[in-house]
Design a protein around this ligand. Structure first.
Ligand SMILES: [Zn+2]
Length: 273
């Protein structure tokens, strides 16, 4: 049984072929809800759009994933422990589709209530990033995390953009997802009409990702995503060891971790254009 559901829409005129994905993490429902709302009445002027519900079993179970994180499985050569999992096989199905498209938008959300919405995009996605309804654009994730959908596209010289729509149960998250999907289709030329660039976007380069190698990790306090560290700051404890971040970075995704080798927090630097 296929673990994806694909819906194709085609315009009357020829144009680009793009993919839009939701459910890569099955419990990030705002993308799935946006799909359910937009797709039935959506009409394209040009080209083709492929909408992919990406992990049906995880969506059904309302879980992030079933066996392993699907958004680390988009690798031409999957490691053995990934290959045989549900998500490993699902990524193979999806990669066949992605190989046939010119650009990708992948819709995500966060399970933490105070999360800040942002775009993950590289230089190659810039024209799309600029029209996403988000104030924050981040890049350089692929240096620290392998196997994401956006990186899979970028590595082939194609635009792969990922949006983090904010807290999963915030109705604004679904609105952001809907606007992003429509703006993406407009920018790709599949729907006629102008699309405005978002004003005052801030750009952050991901500069470090901390994993707990030896012991469990516990955060020292709550941090707002993209909080600026105006001095050297205690972020948390790996076992008894204090873990600091230097002054001048912004911190994202600080999480307690029991298992080893997990992503505990991420550091970013703001780029002034
Ligand atoms: Zn996600």
């Amino acid at each position: 049984m296929e673990n994806i559901r694909v819906i194709e829409k085609t315009g009357k005129e020829s144009g680009k072929t793009v993919a839009v994905m939701a459910g890569v993490h099955g419990n990030e429902v705002c993308g799935i809800n946006a799909f359910n709302k937009l797709i039935p009445s959506l009409k394209l002027d040009k080209g083709k759009a492929i909408f992919i519900y990406a992990n049906l079993e995880a969506i059904k179970q309302n879980k992030r994933f079933v066996e392993c994180n699907l958004n680390r499985c988009f690798l031409k050569k999957q490691p053995r422990d990934v290959k045989d999992t549900l998500e490993g096989k699902t990524a193979v199905q999806i990669m066949k589709r992605l190989d046939q498209v010119d650009a990708l938008l992948d819709v995500h959300a966060s399970n933490s209530v105070d999360s800040v919405p942002f775009v993950i995009g590289e230089k190659i996605t810039w024209e799309y990033s600029k029209v996403m309804p988000f104030k924050i654009i981040s890049f350089n994730w692929a240096e620290f995390e392998k196997g994401a959908t956006d990186e899979y596209m970028n590595d082939q010289g194609k635009a792969g953009i990922c949006i983090e729509c904010g807290y999963v149960l915030d109705p604004k998250g679904q609105e952001r997802a809907e606007t992003s999907i429509l703006n993406f289709l407009k920018k790709a030329g599949l729907i006629k009409g102008d699309v405005k660039e978002t004003k005052d976007q801030k750009i952050f380069k991901i500069v470090d990702l901390y994993k707990n190698k030896n012991e469990s990790f516990k955060k020292a306090r709550d941090f707002a995503d993209f909080e600026y560290l105006n001095k050297k700051t205690l972020i948390g404890y790996e076992g008894k060891k204090e873990v600091f971040a230097e002054k001048g970075s912004h911190i994202i995704f600080v999480r307690d971790r029991q298992e080893l080798n997990q992503e505990c927090f991420v550091l970013a630097k703001e780029l002034k254009l």
